[in-house]
Design a protein around this ligand. Structure first.
Ligand SMILES: Cc1ncc(C[n+]2csc(CCOP(=O)(O)OP(=O)(O)O)c2C)c(N)n1
Ligand SMILES: [Mg+2]
Length: 1106
């Protein structure tokens, strides 16, 4: 038994509280006496007290507690531990020491170490002038205090406006040290500690210890890392921070830093002189960002990084583009002069373009160490921080395609502003993805260009936390605050951040505390709101001037050297400026590497049949995964090249039904000894049955077949969102859980032999919409051969990610010429669940669609042109087969377009919402095979056997939208699993049922499955088929929602072209206009739904709306 565990010691411990109090009082008195003698000492000075903690940097002072004598308080017994850092009781320690002296084994190993280090040396080493245990402990506490709070005293603000309290625990007097102790020698080594506290550090005077503590923690860098609950990580940092002597750069390195700072500074000066009134959101005041970033990238490359994805907002973006990413300067200058339109591509699609400080680019550039690095700066909208998750998603996709399993080769770097980092919620949402297995990128490096003012707002009005970076503490990320005027310090922490990321594969933050020399932009007057700050800024030298002075004083650089460097940079800038006048953009930087061969919107490309099968279909079953991948890749290249030369691509996609059965087997088979939940077992049995019989394929099985066939063709499939693995509505079960072992099994991971686990990824996400959708968008942009899907829990929650829809998905291609085939599944439908779970706000997506409702576009036979010219596709599919085809269509084309799917909730298990396997294949004669073969049906015509001309039909009901609960039926398998109504109906199914009920054979019902782009050709086909029919648009949404306002003008355009009437001839059947999306009263819902169905089927003509 260890001595401190013995009953004897416990009895004694009970006395400690009292004893400690007595001892403490004595220490306190002593301390007061010492403090009185310390006036005037550099280290031990008491300073003025500030009334309250300020959130940004003002003058350095000690806080109030430091003025009182240190009065240690008794520590409750329950909180006593044997940690040597607690310093709880000298009596206890003396007792332990006696025991240890008698028998070192009688105490815990940690105490043994402690006594060996302190007592042993104190008695044997003549250099340590009578160091007591108490002093050792106090010194430990002092060092610890610097580690924890040293940053509070660091000189971070270049403007020295900082006013913040320095915690009194940085004052040595608090620990009883006086002037007299400064030249005494102490040993402070501790077992398993690094840096100043490591055991192998020499004995030093208190003065030397304090000097190094001040240099390390209170100079130009403030380190925050003691919130990280990992000794190894903290020790790693201590080793880097608490070096025996301060870090120094050699002359050569300093010249590189100087050169980079000259480039950064001159770049802004040059733009300012050439375009005096242009908005460029200059970096002046924060120019050290550039040498910092460059050093970070150099270091990262030395440590194995090959590609960096960068995201940043306006501030300094042009400087980063020119100096870090190395976009050609003449191009940047030409864009400034307004010559952005690619003149050699007249007639090609150029989109709307974007302002110069939003454009992205990518380049390969050499690094200082002689390696190559690929840099991509992602285009971004003005919405601050919105690009964060996009960058992280793109980085993750790069890691997948690079097979960067350790995540060491691809790095994401985000540059933030102080205001936006603290204020924008998406920062937190992105940070929280950082350690999730299916979202991690092995650490993002964050750099905050903290110019201490967002636009006109002072930080104390802009955030509640002390630092703008405090949000990152939740992630246990180390945070390095650095004075932006000290370029070497900036360079150092940037390097350190790269090392951290490559060592620990987690996020890290560099907070460059700088200032903004001019207004928010170059036209803004900052003194209107920050007069005092700008008085100081006016006379403040630039970081370059400060560094040049420092180097001149050091004698390492001469004035001639500096002049030469300036001259070189200036002449290059001028030369590039001259060249910019004749600069003609070469071929547009249209698509990144993996996208070559993909068509821009004006280039024709043929859509392929999506009915499944490829010539290489059997290969996966025969070949090893990687060999298969190689062959499919070669095949893909071949097929793309081939499609350039031949119109005939369909031959490659003839469906063989047995293939569907083969993959169907793979996705419905669970391992022999696997014990799924009985409900899941039944679902899998039913699915197997569906595949076997080829009948009654339901929604989930249709989806799984789409995924499986795409995988077999060598594509990557990724589905992410809240609870998508099981599926919110408990229908998908793409990951199955063994009820005994808890093990998981994902059938779609086993479609190919030795399939790469990540090739199919389905992942529950964090409870975020903005962050996760942004991530998937970034992921989808990396490589076109991937089907990337984000599913909202309910469609209405997608509005939490509105920025991504508005600024990226609907407009990204037009602004930045970047394509994405991202699929967004938005559960939508009126089933009585109340206002918030009914509507995915279809109307908003339709409103953002960019066609002209009064012009019928050219409907070429392939229909590709119409889709290519649109900004995205919006569908509301009603059969599993159509869902299968619309997913596959995303990949089987030579361009990419975002796809918004209003996906069902209650159709998931609807008895009539089933498709036969023959609708998935491509065999002539099989149901669904029409003139064009099996493919996605943009419009599903009436299911009665109508001929090309049906003059007797009195009404044509066009509909779209999810259904009601009119038809209730429950599948026993999950009646108890869900508290959700099962079954239900798409409005089509209800209309059809009502039609049967009333024997309404003179009514035709067509389903508009693709709302945008509008299927003019098929609508007109139906209008012609029913020349005498009254035309009705039927929807379940209120009139001001759903598709009505979108459909009406387009339908009218289609009708007018055929002489079939005008707007007044379109009859509306649906809910009345409403503020809320739906009623919260179930009975009201049923009544409304019944009425609209009956109205659509009524015998008398429909008068509404006039
Ligand atoms: C989401 C969002 N809200 C508001 C704005 C308008 N705005 C543009 S810059 C800016 C200030 C940003 O401050 P900070 O993050 O500190 O960056 P700085 O401009 O100081 O570099 C604001 C409010 C915006 N672009 N995006
Ligand atoms: Mg700012």
């Amino acid at each position: 038994m260890k001595i401190h565990e013995s009953p004897q010691v416990f009895r004694e411990l009970r006395l400690i509280g009292m004893t400690w109090f007595k001892a403490a009082s004595t220490v306190a008195k002593l301390a007061v006496r010492r403090n009185l003698a310390q006036v005037g000492s550099y280290y031990l000075t008491r300073t003025r007290v500030l009334p309250s903690q300020s959130r940004y940097f003002r003058s350095t002072v000690f806080s109030s507690k430091a003025q009182a004598a240190p009065v240690p308080r008794p520590v409750p017994l329950s909180r006593l531990t044997d940690s040597f850092l607690d310093g709880t009781s000298s009596v206890y320690l003396e007792e332990l020491q006696r025991a240890w002296e008698a028998d070192p084994d009688s105490v815990d190993e940690s105490w043994d170490n402690f006594f060996r280090n302190f007592v042993g040396q104190a008695t044997t080493s003549p250099g340590i002038s009578g160091q007591t245990i108490q002093e050792s402990m106090q010194l430990l506490l002092l060092v610890r205090a610097y580690q924890v709070n040293g940053h509070m005293k660091a000189k971070l603000d270049p403007l020295r406006l900082e006013e913040r309290e320095v915690p009194d625990d940085l004052n040595p007097a608090l620990y009883g040290f006086s002037e007299a102790d400064l030249d005494r020698e102490f040993f402070i080594g501790v077992w398993r500690m690094a840096g100043f506290l490591s055991e192998n550090r020499p004995v030093q005077t208190l003065r030397a210890i304090l000097t190094r503590l001040e240099q390390a923690y209170c100079g130009s860098i403030g380190y925050e890392y003691m919130h990280i609950a990992d000794r190894e990580k903290c020790n790693w940092l201590r080793d880097k921070i608490e070096t025996p002597t301060p870090r120094q750069y050699n002359q050569q390195h300093r010249e590189v830093i100087l050169d980079r700072l000259i480039w950064s500074t001159q770049f802004e000066n040059f733009l300012a002189t050439k375009w005096t009134a242009a908005k460029r959101f200059g970096l002046e005041g924060g120019e050290t960002l550039i040498p910092g970033m460059k050093e970070m990238f150099d270091r990262a490359t030395d440590l194995g990084v090959e590609s960096i994805v960068i995201g940043m907002s306006h501030r300094g973006r042009l400087n980063v583009l020119g100096n870090v990413v190395r976009k050609s300067l003449r191009q940047i200058f030409s864009e400034f002069s307004g010559g952005t339109k690619p003149v050699d591509e007249v007639g090609l699609y150029t989109g709307t373009g974007d302002v110069k400080y939003h454009l992205g680019t990518s380049y390969d550039r050499p690094t200082k160490g002689g390696k190559q690095i690929h840099l991509s700066l992602v285009a971004n909208p003005s919405h601050l921080e919105a690009v964060d998750p996009v960058v992280v998603g793109k980085t993750r996709a790069k890691q997948y395609y690079f097979n960067d399993v350790e995540r060491k080769k691809n790095l994401g770097v985000l540059i933030h502003g102080d205001g936006s980092f603290a204020g924008q919620g998406v920062v937190y949402e992105t940070l929280h993805l950082s350690a999730l297995p299916n979202y991690t990128t092995g650490g993002t490096i964050h750099i905050v260009v903290n110019n201490q003012v967002p636009f006109t707002t002072d930080p104390n009005a802009g955030r509640s936390s002390q630092y703008c970076t405090d949000v990152a503490k939740a992630l246990n990320a180390p945070i390095f605050h650095v004075n932006g005027d000290d370029v070497e310090a900036v360079v150092h922490v940037c390097e350190l951040a790269a090392e951290w990321r490559q060592t620990f594969h987690s996020d890290v933050v560099v907070d460059i505390v700088c200032y903004r020399r001019f207004g928010h932009n170059e036209i803004d007057e900052p003194s209107l709101t920050q007069p005092k700050m700008y008085q100081i800024i006016r006379n403040h030298p630039s970081a370059l001037q400060i560094y040049e002075k420092k180097l001149l004083e050091s004698g390492q650089v001469t004035q001639e050297d500096i002049d030469r460097m300036h001259h070189k940079v200036n002449s290059i800038l001028n030369e590039e400026f001259m060249n910019s006048k004749d600069y003609i953009p070469k071929r547009r930087d249209w698509l990144s590497a993996y996208w070559s061969g993909f068509k821009s919107p004006e280039q024709l490309s043929r859509v392929r049949n999506t009915g499944y099968v490829r010539l290489v279909y059997r290969l996966p079953l025969l070949l090893h995964g990687s060999l298969y991948l190689l062959i499919t890749s070669l095949y893909m290249v071949f097929s793309i090249v081939w499609s350039y030369y031949t119109e005939e691509t369909m031959v490659f996609h003839r469906v063989k039904p047995e293939i569907l059965k083969n993959v169907g087997k793979a996705i419905t088979t669970l391992p022999d000894n696997f014990k799924p939940h009985r409900a899941v077992k039944k679902i899998f049995e039913q699915r197997a049955q569906m595949i076997e019989t080829g009948e009654g394929i339901d929604w989930a099985a249709g989806e799984a077949l789409a995924f499986a066939t795409l995988l077999v063709e060598g594509n990557h499939v990724r589905l992410s969102g809240q609870d998508v693995e099981r599926g919110t509505f408990s229908h998908r079960h793409s990951v199955v859980h063994d009820q005994e072992t808890g093990e998981k099994y994902c059938p779609l991971d086993h479609v190919l032999l030795n399939q790469n686990e990540e090739m199919f990824t389905v992942s529950n996400s964090s409870l975020s919409e903005f962050g996760v959708l942004g991530f998937e968008l970034g992921y989808s942009m990396e490589n076109p051969n991937s089907l990337v899907i984000w599913e909202a829990q309910f469609g209405d929650f997608a509005n939490g990610a509105q920025v991504i829809f508005d600024q990226f998905l609907s407009s990204g291609e037009s602004k930045w010429l970047r394509q994405t085939g991202l699929v967004v599944l938005l559960p939508h439908g009126y089933d009585g669940q109340g206002p918030e779970h009914s509507s995915a706000r279809l109307e908003r997506f339709l409103q953002m669609s960019d066609d002209n409702p009064y012009v019928i576009p050219e409907m070429d036979p392939t229909l590709v042109k119409q889709i290519q010219e649109c900004n995205w596709q919006i569908v509301n599919v009603t059969t599993p087969a159509n869902y299968f085809h619309v997913l596959r269509r995303q990949i089987h084309r030579e361009f990419r377009k975002p796809l918004i799917v209003m996906s069902p909730k209650n159709l998931l298990r609807h008895k009539d919402c089933k498709s036969n396997l023959s609708e998935f294949d491509d065999v002539q004669g099989h149901p669904g095979f029409d003139k064009q073969g099996t493919r996605f049906k943009r419009l599903i015509k009436d299911q009665n056997d109508h001929s090309d001309l049906e003059e007797g039909i009195r009404r044509l009901v066009l509909c779209s939208g999810k259904g009601t609960l009119k038809i209730f039926y429950k599948l026993d398998i999950d009646a108890w699993l869900l508290d959700l109504p099962l079954g239900g109906s798409h409005v089509y199914y209800e209309l059809d049922e009502e039609r049967k009920k009333i024997n309404g054979k003179d009514i035709a019902i067509c389903r508009v499955e693709q709302l945008f782009p509008f299927p003019y050709d098929l609508i007109q086909r139906e209008l012609k088929r029913y020349p005498n029919a009254e035309i009705v648009w039927c929807q379940e949404e209120p009139m001001n929602m759903g598709a009505y306002y979108y459909i009406a003008p387009r339908l009218c355009t289609a009708m007018k072209a055929l002489g079939r009437g005008t707007m007044g001839d379109i009859k509306y059947v649906g809910r009345a206009p409403s503020a809320a999306t739906a009623t919260g009263f179930y009975q009201v819902h049923v009544k409304e739904q019944t009425e609209l169905v009956q109205k659509a089927m009524q015998t008398e003509p429909i008068k509404y709306p006039y």
